[in-house]
Design a binder for this molecule. Structure first.
Ligand code: KG4
Ligand code: ZN
Length: 351
């Protein structure tokens, strides 16, 4: 599945502090191939090719993913350059996701970006995928990075981070087992729904009764900022086994009850972290932050406590290269660049 974004002419209206440098970024950390070109305030092009081949395997197959990146990346690159109406020689810096992610996938994007940087004698920037997510809420509107408590919720990660400034992060907590998105995907699979599971569960939950099944809110009162979603997933499995064959209505109720449990934990723990850190701003990013129930509940909780909430636009929540270009632009402006000898790191830490 390929998607080209409707390109915004000026996503950062009213701001001119991001210098008008042109950044080309490539994202291949998992199973999405993405290329974006950002010039100053303007996102000139952004394309994503998603891979559906993995659905049959119930998870991402690394070799299939990297072969697909090799197929999709050159085509996405060509169409991004065409759409942007620029020559590759006009790009001021080339960036790629350097981790965390699948080694064989990361290598493809990083190698292409490094090759381009070398070929055009331009700087290379190795970007942390999680930093791309973390900064994505600032991509539209006010792109000055204000101190905040940031919840990153994706298929691979669930992190609470105290953000002081660009490149100044402190991890407050993380999942001790499954990521929130991973739990959505696994529960969806148990319920016979498609991959990725998050959007499927959200759709079903709209029709379901979220109070019908009382699933556990693990680690809600653990006293730290960590999460656990594995027990919740197991609890859905037990419930399913107990129910035997289920009607569509019960499937919807299971989806709504599961989603409610995940959202409650994410919101309460984020609010507690925000309160303890004394921040006036919370941000939420990553694929799971597309979820409207999470957005609504987080927004209501922030409103109640006088905390401002910034979420990424849905297109920036799931994996994309615009967020990598944005992180690269901020870093480039701050004088950062990477050696082309810098290796990808599947376990690259944010802080
Ligand atoms: O950020 P992302 O595209 O990739 C990673 O970095 O992992 O996140 C993908 C995850 C998947 O687990 C997917 O099920 C979840 O985000 N997701 C959602 C929704 N849309 C995507 N989860 C809940 N509700 C959604 N609407
Ligand atoms: Zn991601």
């Amino acid at each position: 599945m390929n998607s080209e974004w409707p390109v915004q002419s000026s996503p950062f209206t009213g701001h001119d502090s991001l210098s008008a440098r042109t950044i080309l970024a490539i994202e291949t950390s998992c199973d999405e191939t993405a290329v974006a070109i950002l010039r100053g305030n303007e996102l000139l092009a952004s394309g994503v090719a998603s891979q559906t081949e993995h659905e049959a395997f119930g998870g991402v197959v690394p070799e299939v993913a990297s072969r697909n990146h090799l197929l999709h990346a050159p085509r996405l690159l060509e169409s991004a350059v065409q759409k942007a109406g620029i020559e590759l020689s006009e790009v001021d810096a080339f960036a790629a996701t350097a981790g965390p992610g699948l080694a064989s996938s990361l290598m493809i994007g990083a190698s292409i970006a490094k090759g381009l940087a070398l070929g055009f004698s331009k700087p290379y920037l190795a970007i942390n995928h999680l930093e791309g997510h973390l900064l994505s809420p600032f991509f539209t509107g006010d792109f000055e990075i204000e101190p905040n408590v940031s919840l990153i919720v994706s298929g691979g990660h669930t992190l609470l981070v105290e953000v002081h400034a660009l490149n100044d992060y402190r991890i407050l907590g993380r999942t001790v087992d499954d990521a929130a998105g991973e739990a959505f995907d696994k529960v969806a699979k148990m319920l016979g729904l498609g991959y990725p599971g998050g959007p499927e569960i959200e759709r079903r939950a709209l029709w379901g009764d979220g109070t019908r099944f009382e699933f556990p809110r693990s680690m809600l009162d653990s006293g730290d900022h960590n999460f656990s979603f594995s027990g919740l997933k197991t609890s859905v499995r037990y419930q399913l086994a107990k129910l035997g064959s289920i009607s569509e209505d019960i499937r919807d109720d299971l989806c709504a009850s599961f989603q409610r449990a995940v959202v409650e934990v994410l919101v309460k723990k984020t609010m507690r972290a925000a309160r303890e850190s004394g921040t006036k701003l919370a941000t939420v990013s990553g694929g799971v932050s597309c979820n409207c129930e999470l957005r609504d509940q987080m927004s209501a909780a922030c409103h109640r406590t006088g905390i401002k909430l910034l979420t990424a636009v849905p297109k920036l929540c799931t994996d994309n290269a615009a967020m990598i270009a944005f992180a690269a632009a901020l870093r480039f402006q701050a004088g950062h660049s990477s050696e082309v000898t810098q290796e990808i790191d599947p376990n690259l830490a944010l802080a």
